[in-house]
Design a protein around this ligand. Structure first.
Ligand code: SAM
Length: 286
């Protein structure tokens, strides 16, 4: 008879294709048996039903073909939340949590107005809305299917302080500013920032994600240029802009911030010590 331990042993087959083979196998088995990882550790000798084993085999085969675990099981953890994911947008990455962490460290008004541009699954917007119930958070995306997913996640986590709607970057946002007392207190974005001919697009999980969430022109900076350039008109004076970017784009992004008139411009590194996000503050007298 086949046990939980036997099925977990299949992880060796995944090792060439995945650098997290053990974890991937555990997650696929949890999904097939409808249990959590603690249960697997508690019941190593359990003998799953043939139908559950068949389900595991099906999922395992998809992972062997390279499909990301998050797309196979339909969910991904981000910050404190479990989010629904789909091939319509990016799978939220742990590196992106640095945007959330840094946003929560800023000295912002209790009832801040916050905008997440290119919200995808809603990951950043949802995490901030959950952490700061008095903030009013807006998440926009150009892709209707990504928006439907973000709205599903919003309902799942019952976050009434988050609105989600369609916009091509700032195009659907009403007023051009700045004004001293109106405008967003904080704008965040994890836009597409990969160069069009980057070979990484043909490797690993990224192959299964849509180009619309990843690629941004020849140098990867087309969307960052637009977001940084236009953001000044939608922030209040003294408001903050914060963006995620590639590890080799820090200097170029800081230049874009300075050229747009931001001060206190800095880049922060992720847990791999790679440049990951940059931020800046709009002058009070802008
Ligand atoms: C790198 S993904 C980030 C998704 C999510 N914010 C996250 O961090 O996981 C970029 C997102 O920007 C969206 N996007 C691309 N072009 C856009 C545009 N012109 N206007 C608004 N959103 C756009 C994509 O659909 C995608 O969801």
């Amino acid at each position: 008879m086949i046990t939980v331990t036997d099925l977990l042993g299949r992880s060796a087959e995944l090792s060439p294709a995945s650098d997290s083979a053990q974890l991937d196998t555990e997650l696929l088995l949890c999904h097939s048996l409808n249990v959590d990882r603690t249960w697997l550790k508690t019941w190593p000798d359990h003998q799953p039903q043939p139908a559950d084993i068949a389900q595991f085999e099906l999922l395992f085969k998809r992972r062997l073909n390279g499909e990301p675990v998050a797309f196979i099981i339909g969910t991904q953890g981000f910050w404190s939340l479990e989010l629904c994911v789909s091939p319509d947008t990016l799978i939220p990455r742990p590196e992106t949590e640095l945007l959330v962490e840094t946003a929560l460290q800023l000295d912002l008004p209790t009832n801040s107005q916050v905008l997440d541009l290119g919200t995808g699954t809603g990951a950043i917007a949802l995490a901030l809305a959950a952490e700061q119930p008095l903030w009013q958070v807006t998440g926009v995306d150009i892709q209707p299917k990504a928006l439907a997913l973000a709205e599903r996640n919003r309902q799942l986590h019952q976050l009434d302080n988050l609105s989600i709607y369609q916009s091509d970057w700032f195009s659907a946002l009403a007023t051009a500013r700045p004004q001293p007392e109106t405008g967003f207190d904080l704008i965040l974005s994890n836009p597409p920032y990969i160069e069009a001919d980057d070979q990484h697009l043909f490797e690993g999980d990224v192959r299964f994600e849509p180009a619309s969430a990843l690629v941004s022109g020849v140098d990867g900076l087309d969307d960052l240029r637009l977001v940084i350039g236009q953001s000044c008109s939608f922030l209040r004076q003294g408001g903050w802009l914060m963006v995620e970017h590639g590890h080799n784009q820090g200097a170029a992004v800081r230049e874009l911030f300075s050229a747009a008139g931001y001060h206190s411009v800095e880049t922060r590194v992720d847990y791999n010590r790679l440049d990951r996000i940059s931020l800046g503050c709009l002058p009070e007298s802008y």
